[in-house]
Design a protein around this ligand. Structure first.
Ligand code: NAD
Length: 303
């Protein structure tokens, strides 16, 4: 079991592990593991509950006994699915259970960027009483890229702001859209018309750098972009340029192409609010993710 937050809830599952005669090894380093560390760890495992640690083909080469990779979360972009399939390893995830947690963080980041909460906090603590002028969210246009579980929950949570909502998804859910009285448009139209854009697609070959220089050029000057999905979806170099030059208003980022983003120039900008990939890290979501990840693991191990 690699995810650090699992540690907090592991006692709840002792009974199940004992009953199923599963010997549990908890990630001893208490942080996201490297590929080398994963290669060592998987050697004798039958099952793996994994967070965002890399499960590459190199790692899987060492996993001779592995029968199941139970993802503790939704995004399986850290797992080589093809290689897993080739080795008959079952891959499961925990869809839906962390959607509310990620959606609530998304709402928090939107307001934070618009009202410069982090900057005001920093300045106030530093003795600099600067009363910033921010922007309101009400009555604006919200663009939602990816209307799966999280994207839909964001729309639901923001209902009270009377937003005009534009959506883009590879597989639109027209029934939901007509019920919600919102529209699917092309990615270009969404980018051109939205004041706040929020990203909720998985990271795949298709979505890698889905938002790069060309797309950023389509945004309004007052646009805010929020990414609580995966770092690789936005080209960070291009984003930095646009933010630095004031060609967009701001960004809220929970995820980065390299985590932690130690040397990222984005961290130096005042119009960016950053968090440490904490989207799913609420007590409520952690308990639910752990429960389902354990259930998936046990079911798959039993075949
Ligand atoms: P989901 O599968 O319910 O929804 C994803 C949506 O993206 C689907 O509607 C799908 O049709 C759409 N999509 C897929 N490929 C696309 C493409 N190429 N172009 C346009 N649309 C495309 O997933 P979800 O539960 O809403 O989660 C979305 C993502 O959020 C996850 O894949 C994960 O990477 C990320 N996530 C981040 C955190 C965090 O801690 N910040 C936590 C959970 C999930």
């Amino acid at each position: 079991i690699t995810p650090r937050s699992f540690e907090k809830v592991k006692d709840r599952f002792e009974e199940i592990f004992r009953k199923e005669e599963i010997e549990v090894i908890i990630n001893p380093l208490g942080r996201v593991l490297t590929e080398e560390e994963m290669k060592e760890l998987v050697k004798d495992l039958d099952g793996l509950i994994v967070g965002i640690d890399p499960v590459t083909s190199e790692v899987l080469k060492n996993a001779n006994k592995l029968k199941v990779i139970s993802k503790y979360g939704v995004g399986v972009d850290n797992i080589d699915l093809e290689e897993s399939k080739r080795r008959n390893i079952v891959v499961t995830n925990t869809p839906g259970v962390n959607s509310n947690a990620v959606a609530e963080l998304t709402v928090g980041l939107i307001i934070n960027v618009l009202r410069k909460i982090n900057l005001s906090d920093k300045k106030t603590r530093g003795g600099n009483w600067n009363r910033f002028i921010g922007n309101e969210l009400s009555e604006k246009t919200l663009g939602v890229i990816g209307t799966g579980s999280i994207g839909k929950r964001v729309v639901e949570l923001l209902r009270g702001f009377n937003l005009r909502v534009l959506c883009f998804d590879k597989y639109p859910d027209y029934e939901w859209a007509s019920r919600e009285k919102i529209f699917y448009v092309t990615l270009q139209e969404l980018l051109e018309k939205s004041d706040v854009i929020t990203i909720h697609v998985p990271l795949t070959n298709e979505t890698y750098h889905m938002i790069s220089e060309r797309e950023l050029n389509m945004l309004k000057r007052n646009a805010v972009i929020i990414n609580t999905s995966r770092g690789g979806i936005i080209d960070e170099e291009a984003l930095y340029k646009f933010l630095k030059e004031g060609r967009i208003l701001g960004a809220g980022l929970d995820v980065f192409e390299n985590e932690p983003p130690i040397n990222s120039p984005l961290l130096k900008l005042d119009n960016v609010v950053v968090t440490s990939h904490i989207g799913a890290h609420t007590e409520e979501a952690v308990i639910n993710m752990a429960r389902i990840a354990v259930e998936n693991l046990v079911l798959a191990l039993k075949g």
